[in-house]
Design a protein around this ligand. Structure first.
Ligand SMILES: *[C@@H]1O[C@H](CO)[C@@H](O)[C@H](O)[C@H]1NC(C)=O
Ligand SMILES: *[C@@H]1O[C@H](CO)[C@@H](O)[C@H](O)[C@H]1NC(C)=O
Length: 205
């Protein structure tokens, strides 16, 4: 099982960056094993698109990745999620989880003191062509400016009022995004749920 999953991922990684519109499916719901630590819900929405951007190379297009990367004061990763309208009556939480080194699939690097910032945008999306210069405008009032993030923990970044999950009935889905940056830490990991969730997710209760 593990081997098949790893092989599938390396096959995908070997392919060139996908064309616009060919990214991951819009809404992917994953079911999580009950034995995963710190997990309360059973279902998670996974990012529809993840794209790194670089402050030092502000016009560089990294394209879609499965392995988000953050470097001190330079590379950030944007995560896009689509919340389907069927979630409008539900409680949800925006979360970031990092596995312990020994539980993680490769690659996995977490080097530094772990100060991260998360910033949000709603009703806007990044795409595979997004660069530092063209990134969606951040909604600063939702920024989580200094969160220490270390392996083995779960961080609840935002919890909309129960029964909203932000999406309203007038939309088929709500596009939300988050930008993860750090001033002192290099982070690279596989956004994955083959063992337990690792990365950015929306947990649905
Ligand atoms: C997103 O846009 C829709 C349609 O314009 C609007 O009804 C909704 O309130 C917006 N959602 C948020 C959270 O801003
Ligand atoms: C990173 O930011 C945090 C919080 O603002 C601060 O405490 C820390 O000293 C900063 N680290 C570096 C290397 O600038």
């Amino acid at each position: 099982m593990r081997t098949a999953f790893t092989l599938f991922l390396s096959a995908v990684a070997a392919a060139p960056f996908p064309d616009v519109g060919k990214g991951a499916p819009d809404v992917k719901i994953v079911h999580v094993k009950p034995e995963c630590p710190q997990i309360h819900g059973k279902d998670f929405l996974t990012p529809q698109l993840m794209v790194p951007i670089s402050a030092s190379e502000p016009d560089k297009m990294f394209g879609y990745v499965r392995e988000p990367i953050v470097t001190p004061n330079d590379i950030c990763t944007l995560f896009n999620l689509h919340i389907p309208v069927s979630y409008s009556g539900k409680a949800c939480a925006f979360e970031f989880m990092l596995p312990q080194i020994e539980d993680a699939l490769k690659p996995y690097t977490h080097k530094g003191d772990g100060h991260f910032s998360f910033s949000w945008y709603v009703n806007k999306s990044a795409n595979v062509l997004t660069t530092w210069n063209s990134q969606p405008k951040i909604e600063t009032e939702w920024a989580v400016v200094d969160q220490v993030i270390v392996p083995g923990e779960k961080y609840v970044l935002e919890k909309p009022a129960p029964g909203s999950c932000w999406v309203d009935k007038s939309q088929t889905y709500l596009a939300v995004g988050a930008r993860l940056c750090s001033n002192d830490t290099t982070l690279k990991f596989l956004e994955d749920w083959g063992k337990c969730p690792a990365g950015f997710f929306v947990e649905v209760f």
